[in-house]
Design a protein around this ligand. Structure first.
Ligand code: HEC
Ligand code: HEC
Length: 327
């Protein structure tokens, strides 16, 4: 009898432990074979990320929108670029983008290398063509030397610029949050309400069918019935089933990164969770993802899920602007 109890509790424990291990930090940061991480590339990438000279009129850097203090977002509904030009989408965080297989809200880039020049060339962001960017950097002696060191025999090209920026981004990984301590066995790290919220998140709410794993996303594309007219992933392949579909975002630090969704249309985490737990903003919208159903979460349940999501907040990032830029 005693042995049976032990067996059952081992079984129970291992099932439970197995369930939590899916949320644990992966052992390594994935890096492509053709762009291994080196200290030189990471440091050069950091300079490039913060340097406003990567924009046409020297006013906008990557960090103008991906602001470290705001967990690498900008806290406005839609991004604002060069000359105050307004973009059409909300700025996502770059934290943990190293773990993503697809980038942008509509998943149109397959790697950080492929993504990096996009915002530099975009008219509403930094508005500088890759050709002119290469010329501009070649005129800055300090950069010529740093590129020679980081990319011997290759120097400054649009590819090496992208590789350096991508290498820096791979170092922007989320730090430890109370949730991570709880996953590792520290029972007191999060409140009882947060634990109940996690149960709703993984159970009744079915949130984990999309927000899964260490980075809380399986990167699936879904239309969550927000009802705006952004085509989302539809523009990639013109297949109407993707109309209004967007990539599932990470939920790391989500309590600190409002406004929410691709259009920045929601300002409180409560409202965002309410929408996600109740079949979207317009439940009857044609084209809503079949995986995104009405789970009838009550206001009280939403509150608990929010308490849980708050445990995904790490300490405010401490990487700030480099003290000086190459001359
Ligand atoms: C004007 C504001 C702005 C600037 C400047 C900017 N970004 Fe972004 N960033 C955005 C917006 C908005 C998106 C989402 C665009 C979309 O999905 O169509 C984005 C998306 C991204 C993503 C994808 C994240 C994900 O989860 O898919 C990465 C990575 C990124 N930017 C890195 C950079 C880098 C590197 C630079 C500088 C070379 C940069 N950004 C400059 C606003 C900006
Ligand atoms: C079918 C997949 C799916 C399910 C299930 C799902 N989500 Fe999402 N979630 C998404 C997608 C896709 C977005 C982005 C949609 C957009 O902006 O158009 C999103 C966005 C969010 C956001 C906003 C994040 C940000 O940075 O803008 C929060 C918060 C969120 N989901 C929480 C939840 C919660 C809590 C649940 C469960 C009650 C849930 N989601 C269920 C796919 C899903």
């Amino acid at each position: 009898m005693k042995r049976a109890v032990i067996c059952v509790s081992i079984l129970f424990y291992s099932l439970f432990a197995a369930d939590l291990s899916r949320w644990a930090r992966p052992d390594h940061i994935p890096t492509p074979k053709n762009n291994p991480l080196t200290k030189e590339k990471m440091e050069l990438g950091r300079l490039l990320f913060f340097d406003p000279r990567l924009s046409r009129d020297d006013t906008v850097s990557c960090a103008s929108c991906h602001i470290p203090y705001y967990y690498w977002t900008d806290r406005v509904p839609k991004a604002v670029g060069i000359e105050g030009r307004k973009g059409t989408r909300n700025t996502p965080t770059i934290i943990n983008s190293a773990y993503l297989k697809t980038l942008f809200w509509d998943a149109r880039a397959d790697s950080l290398e492929q993504q990096a020049l996009g915002p530099i060339e975009a008219k509403a962001e930094m508005d500088l063509s890759a050709g002119r960017l290469v010329k501009k950097l070649k005129n800055i002696k300090g950069y010529v030397t740093l590129f020679e060191k980081a990319f011997p025999e290759r120097g400054i090209t649009k590819e090496t610029i992208a590789e350096a920026i991508a290498s820096f981004e791979r170092t922007v990984v989320s730090g430890e949050s109370p949730f991570d301590r709880w996953v590792r066995g520290d029972e007191g790290a999060i409140s009882e309400e947060a634990k109940e919220g996690f149960e709703i998140f993984t159970g009744k709410g079915h949130c984990k069918s999309c927000h899964n794993g260490f980075n809380f996303t399986n990167e699936s594309l879904n239309n969550i019935a927000l009802g705006d007219d952004d085509p989302g992933a539809y523009i990639l392949n013109n297949n109407p089933i993707w109309k209004g579909s967007f990539k599932t975002p990470t939920l790391r630090n989500v309590a600190e990164t409002s406004p929410y969704f691709h259009d920045g249309s929601v300002h409180t985490l409560e409202e965002a969770v309410y929408i996600c737990g109740n079949g979207g903003r317009y439940k009857d919208l044609k084209g809503r993802s079949p995986f995104f159903r009405d789970r009838s979460l009550s206001i009280e349940e939403v509150r608990r899920v929010v308490r849980f999501l708050e445990t995904l907040t790490e300490e405010r990032p401490k990487i700030f602007e480099p003290e000086k830029f190459p001359k």
